[in-house]
Design a protein around this ligand. Structure first.
Ligand SMILES: NC(=O)c1ccc[n+]([C@@H]2O[C@H](COP(=O)([O-])OP(=O)(O)OC[C@H]3O[C@@H](n4cnc5c(N)ncnc54)[C@H](OP(=O)(O)O)[C@@H]3O)[C@@H](O)[C@H]2O)c1
Length: 659
């Protein structure tokens, strides 16, 4: 790499020109090439800004004299060009919004992490020191306790159906184009909200011309407003119990627009100003320069988590305003634009289950926390191409949404036959043999399949004679609607009874259990009626019979994370563990010692404690496939990597305090 970062710009429109203009004043970057779909446009662009004119975006990505690529195309092509750029090993600064929905953004960050390439969403104003100073002033209590927030961005651009701003096929509308600024300003300055409500006034094209959102925080609200057909005041105002902080014209800071006004309780104003002579996009380019110098793979100013959450809230805002894009519906190809290929990016060790004609990956992807089709697809694609093939769901998860989303993804991607689908039914209050058939009708319909590879009774009702359970399950086997069956949260004793009855009557018996099992033993049930296979006795039972276990919460729901330092996230998702659960369920002295040992062994092997905890599960002396619930493709990859860790029997015993 030369001393200066040699930039290549994809596209020669409005923002590309602003970036190229400012780049001349950056400390670290220089324009090496710009590509347009039209050579004469590229030539005119480079005549003004320098660099080599190219008539082909792909040709720019193929050049090895380009150190970083700025993607300045319209929203709807960000995912495709970012994929191509990452595949060409180019660090990418991509215009906002990075993706059209959270699924696209999850997918892109997963892809960047997998390829070890830097990817940053170009939210330029968050890279400017004025916003950092504003945050510091808020954090330092300059205006006291925050009591309110408002922000707006709006301009009057006449309705032009074919323009990217209004064209719904180009993902037009104000929310994604400029609503993203007030939304990110609120979250950057005062943190993630608890919920969003909103509304939109749609243009005839279906794109939102004007939209409002209210973010709920503990004790106050933040009000966001954007419009593309109406002038609005451009501002950020943070109200506190001791004053107010205001930034006028917050979105394009620069040497001439560098102030923050703080007004105290008595009305006295203090002006804070930033002294940086560089224009905005030079600062953005220099931020990339710093990251590249550090060999960083992510930005610390616009982190992957921040971008992923931005997409999450934009999705909620769009949903509230009834703004829908084609990208929200799944197609036959992955986000990379090609058909999915199982194991394209890796492999996962498997186990064979008697009676099933497919191996089962030792990591099983849980789908109870998926919120919509694109996020399900981001996780499903990554898992499938990473070598996994087994998915876990249940009749009751998210009121049926989990099964429906998994079904939608399998059908769209055309991968059902390559998968092992595990679903569960007959959860209380409908824990009866009669419910098995009725719920299975619905499960199969939601999953868009005619059979489950594995069916588990979600709970046992010991009052139900074992013969009734086994008979009901065998009726479904005979109809071809389930291949193998087992119990989730069942005791070994009841499984023994079931299998004795089945053997005596020439019927199929239980093939597996799906109880809880992890390096941390469940001291108190996470939920009423749930059961673990963790005691020495239960482990010995599995070992003696070589009886398969597909355990849930195989990572003890976050217990092996470094939560002392970061705290358990104030989460949006009900499936995430709380501090209370960490103590009540997992926090015994013995578990804390197991956890300490997981950290110690992790340090020794150069992996994380949570990976060691997962390796412990898949290194049992009987077939054991761990159910995991990662929230993003990076966490998923960690789990897939953990399945490759071989532990010796001594290490397994030592981790479990059996040394
Ligand atoms: N950060 C900011 O301050 C800021 C400000 C404005 C816009 N943006 C973002 O930047 C992106 C581009 O916005 P813009 O205002 O620069 O748009 P624009 O002026 O319309 O330019 C977009 C360019 O993308 C290229 N392009 C590729 N495929 C295209 C297609 N199918 N239709 C139209 N153009 C296509 C064209 O360049 P060629 O003809 O040369 O190939 C076009 O000139 C948007 O995602 C927007 O959100 C950011």
């Amino acid at each position: 790499m030369s001393d200066k970062i040699r930039w290549g710009i994809l596209a020669t429109g409005n923002i590309a020109a602003q970036f190229a203009t400012d780049l001349k004043q950056s400390h670290s970057g220089v324009l090496a090439a710009a590509a347009s779909r039209n050579l004469s446009k590229a030539e005119a662009f480079c005549a003004e800004h320098g660099g080599e004119a190219l008539s082909d975006y792909d040709a720019l990505l193929a050049r090895d004299d380009i150190d970083a690529v700025y993607i300045a195309t319209p929203h709807d092509s960000h995912v495709a060009w970012t994929h191509k750029g990452l595949a060409a090993d180019k660090p990418i600064l991509c215009e906002k919004p990075l993706g059209l929905n959270q699924g696209e953004v999850l997918n892109l960050y997963g892809e960047a992490a997998r390829r070890n390439v830097l990817l940053v969403e170009a939210l330029m104003y968050l890279m400017h020191p004025r916003m950092h100073l504003a945050k510091q002033l808020v954090d330092d209590g300059t205006i006291g306790q925050v009591t309110g927030f408002s922000s707006g961005f709006g301009f009057a651009f006449p309705f032009t159906p074919e323009h990217r701003l209004y064209n719904i096929d180009r993902a037009g509308g104000g929310i994604l184009d400029i609503g993203i600024y007030p939304l990110t300003a609120a979250r950057y300055l005062i943190g993630e909200p608890n919920a969003l409500s909103g509304e939109a006034r749609l243009a005839p094209s279906g794109a939102d011309a004007e939209a409002k959102a209210t973010l709920s925080y503990d004790g106050f609200e933040a009000h966001l407003h954007c419009a593309i057909d109406t002038e609005l005041e451009w501002h950020i105002s943070v109200e506190g119990d001791k004053g107010r902080l205001k930034i006028s014209q917050p979105w394009h800071p620069g040497p001439e627009n560098n102030q923050i006004v703080v007004t105290d309780e008595n009305g006295a104003e203090t002006i804070h100003a930033i002294d940086d002579a560089r224009p905005l996009y030079a600062i953005e380019a220099d931020h990339m320069g710093v990251l590249l110098k550090r060999d960083a793979l992510t930005s610390d100013l616009v982190t992957p988590d921040f971008s992923i959450n931005t997409a999450y809230w934009l999705d909620r805002w769009r949903a509230a305003g009834c703004v829908k894009y084609a990208a929200d519906k799944l197609g036959a190809t992955g986000f990379h634009g090609a058909a999915l290929k199982h194991g394209a990016h890796g492999s996962v060790p498997t186990v064979a289950l008697n009676g099933l004609n497919k191996p089962v990956s030792k990591i099983v992807l849980g789908t109870d926390n998926q919120i919509d089709a694109p996020t399900m697809a981001a996780m499903g694609d990554a898992f499938f191409e990473g070598g996994g093939n087994c998915f876990d769901t249940a009749f009751i998860y998210s009121d049926g949404r989990s099964e429906a989303l998994l079904g939608e993804w399998m059908a769209a991607r055309g991968v059902r036959d390559e998968l092992v689908v595990l679903s569960k039914g007959a959860h209380p209050p409908e824990c009866s043999p009669e419910a098995v058939t009725r719920q299975l009708d619905q499960s199969l319909e939601r999953l868009q399949t005619d059979h489950l590879d594995i069916y588990c009774l979600h709970r046992d009702d010991p009052a139900v004679p074992i013969s009734e359970w086994v008979d009901a399950l065998n009726r479904e086997v005979d109809k071809g609607r389930i291949t193998l069956f087992g119990g989730s949260n069942w005791t070994a004793q009841r499984v023994d009874e079931a299998n004795e009855y089945a053997a005596a009557n020439g019927l199929q018996g239980f093939s597996l259990l799906s109880n809880n099992f992890s390096l941390a033993r469940m001291e108190d049930p996470v939920w009423p009626g749930c059961l673990a296979s963790s005691t020495d006795e239960f482990r010995d039972w599995h070992t003696a019979q070589n009886f398969p276990l597909l355990p849930w919460s195989a990572q003890a729901r976050g217990f092996f994370l470094n939560w002392e330092d970061s705290g358990l996230a104030a989460t949006r998702h009900g499936a995430d563990p709380t501090d209370d659960e960490m103590k009540r369920v997992w926090g015994s002295d013995a578990n804390l010692e197991r956890r300490r040992r997981a950290f110690e062994l992790g340090d020794k092997l150069g992996v994380s404690a949570i990976q060691i905890a997962l390796a412990y599960v898949v290194n049992q002396p009987y077939p054991c496939c761990a159910l995991v619930g990662p929230r993003n493709p990076m966490q998923l990859q960690d789990s897939l990597d953990a399945a490759q860790i071989s532990l010796t029997q001594e290490q397994v015993n030592w981790l479990d305090l059996r040394d």
